[in-house]
Design a protein around this ligand. Structure first.
Ligand code: NUP
Length: 214
């Protein structure tokens, strides 16, 4: 099963709520990051909980364990059910997010390799593989791995086994949902939905692709 996760990077509350409501029947979760939260505040999460969809905080948390813990506590208190952190600060930093997430009945995902062209510069050469291993060691719930490089995501799948892979890069970044569905547990789609003239139709089209592959 590959879920459809909307990356809701609109920067006004009114657009965010309109797009989330329109897409809601076709999506399985909403991912919110700095663009929307810096524009409208962390309380935007509370405005979206009525949709009854998991809300994932994409803050790519990357600090010392104590600060990661403090950030994660704020995230879950705001109504999120998942958090994305970076793996490069080390296993203890990841563990801090995992502990808060699991104490709240939530999930923690770790960025293993990024989807943009520059994401190949430092994450490849064994780093992504080490971060994926950290996910196993810390009990995190899964990784973020690129839809733009399915061959890399396939390698990371071998390391993390049945833990989840959420995969950004479909649509605006050139990744193809058909090429990655089935391999990953969720595709993350932003601009191809929230910038579409008809976000509901765009979400429905991705949902159809995933249904055919599931
Ligand atoms: O490697 C990553 N690539 C990526 O695009 C890790 C991410 N978290 N993202 C996020 O996914 C990015 O910040 C954005 O919110 C979303 C992709 O959006 P779009 O390119 O589909 O518009």
């Amino acid at each position: 099963m590959t879920d459809l996760i909307l990356a809701l990077d609109s920067t006004t509350r009114i657009d965010a709520i309109r797009i989330a409501q329109a897409a809601a029947p076709y999506i399985d979760a909403i991912k919110i990051g700095y663009p929307l939260v810096l524009a409208e505040g962390l309380g935007i999460a509370g405005s979206l909980t009525g949709l009854n969809l998991p809300l994932i905080a994409d803050f790519k948390v990357a600090d010392i364990p104590n600060t990661n813990q403090l950030i994660a506590q704020q995230v879950f208190a705001a109504g999120f059910s998942g958090i994305i952190c970076h793996g490069f600060p080390g296993p203890d930093s990841v563990e801090a997010c995992v502990q808060v997430a699991h104490a709240q009945g939530g999930e923690c995902y770790v960025v293993a390799e990024m989807s943009h062209p520059g994401g190949a510069a430092f994450f490849q050469g064994g780093i992504a593989e080490k971060i994926a291993q950290t996910v196993i060691d810390t009990g995190a719930d899964g990784i973020i791995a690129p839809a733009t490089r399915p061959e890399r995501t396939r390698i990371l799948r071998e390391i993390i086994g049945t833990k989840k892979i959420l995969s950004p890069g479909v649509g605006a970044q050139g990744g193809d949902a058909n090429a990655i569905a089935g391999l990953v547990d969720g595709i993350i789609v932003g601009r191809a939905i929230y910038e579409a003239d008809d976000p509901a139709a765009a979400a429905a089209a991705y949902s159809d692709i995933l249904k055919r592959k599931n």
